[in-house]
Design a protein around this ligand. Sequence first.
Ligand code: AMP
Length: 235
Amino acid sequence: NTNKINELTVWTINKENKIWKIKVNIVMLGSPGAGKGTQAQKIAIKYNLNQLSTGDLLREEIKNKTEIGKEIEHIISKGDFATDDIVNKLLKKAVINPVYRNHIIFDGYPRNINQAENLDLILNSDNQSLNFIFFLKVSREDVEKRILGRLICENCNHIFNEFDDDELQKTCCDNKKILKRKDDNLQVIINRYDEYMKHTKPVLDFYSARNNYFEVNGAEKIDVITGKIDQILGA
Ligand code: AMP
């Protein structure tokens, strides 16, 4: 079987000084359009991790017309953030789920300091840790171009880009449509970028002193970025 799945593990010492091999949790940070989702997808497949995208969790609520979905639809279409209460609740359910726990790649969370502190709390209380933190750095111009070209499968949420000829397809998942996201227009992009600058920059300061924090140039080609992340994980 050529589709070999790698198991990503690190060694750790527990409270009784015993050495254990554990699976890992990873956080992907970066502005909207930095490529968090694209990279998280690739790394998740390669290392058999669960990609936990808060954007997808929220869009799922909207699609299913739940109470939360009705509350956040307008907020998200304007490019504003959902409240921490809502996001934290949805996230906690997934993080402690035995199927997902301890091999999660977080995409779109944490987006502010409150969420970063909350993530530490949830992980600690469930005997999990945060093993790698990646920040994908990209300029505002690159972000605008990427988001304007972004397309997403209505079924599996796979991301495509119309400026990237190699990846362009018309359908996905047995003829399901590939659509533009409602929040991917220029005004919304500016709004989302500004929101990011305001709230997420302090999250970088929160993590950057840790020795498992890595900055990666997000302006490079998709596979080059994946290669760099892969190299860090492998090391
Ligand atoms: P994304 O798919 O990551 O680009 O997220 C799409 C939208 O979902 C964002 O513009 C926010 O409105 C909302 N969202 C996603 N993650 C979060 C979060 N951690 N906190 C608050 N809102 C979020």
